[in-house]
Design a protein around this ligand. Sequence first.
Ligand code: SF4
Length: 256
Amino acid sequence: MSQVEQYEKCPKQYELQRVLGVRQRPAAWFHQGTAVHAAVEEYEVSGRALDASEAVAVFSENYSRGVRADLAAEPNLDRWMTAGGAAGRSDIESRYALGMDQTRAYVEWAEEHQPSIWKGEGGELGIEKHLTAEIGGVTVQGYVDQLVNQPDNSVRVRDVKTGTTRSAFQLQTYTVLVRKALSLKVNDADWYMAKNGKLSRPIDLKEVAEADIAHRFVEADHGINAGSFPARPGFHCRFCSVSHACNAEKKRPLRK
Ligand code: SF4
């Protein structure tokens, strides 16, 4: 989630995590997501020279390393965040299997559809592209998962999703970043949904301009600089990685 969206959802969570540096409770879903992204990146950067089993090995290595590090820091699996009441150990195992399937499915999908990844003049690929630009006077940066060439010489922003949460604001922001930082034409964006190995329908972003999103960055920036971090408890507290340091919501009980 973007920092702006996190601040809007719960400023207290933003403060605990990003200002005070409270250690976050681990979650296997985090490592599943980052490891799938790492495998997709390495596969694409190789020019799709890796086969599915090699890409899965990249996932496996990244996932195992991340989980091992979190287990060392937090060996009590009852303190790990899971979805749907799953036990920590089985969640780690099932997300390992899920991430391997998602990686394999991406390779199969890319081999079938052969999306054309944008390449800069210096040969750099539009994969996990780090971009920085001013939006509404606020310095904004982001990593764009993929920039895909389109027949009309524009690029499409593509976000790889291993979970279900989709943010149109994120794609709007990436679109403005790409236009400003790379001077490329962007008309639309989509999500590659790893849960079903398919693309979403593209979102038309031709009319999205900096002014349409700038106010959200400006308001969040003002609040953060003013030290305004009120708690906004709600359903999202169930998935809050710093809830153990928050007094606003009843602490999530540990499983026995
Ligand atoms: S537990 Fe809820 S209210 Fe507290 S920081 Fe987390 S999201 Fe915000």
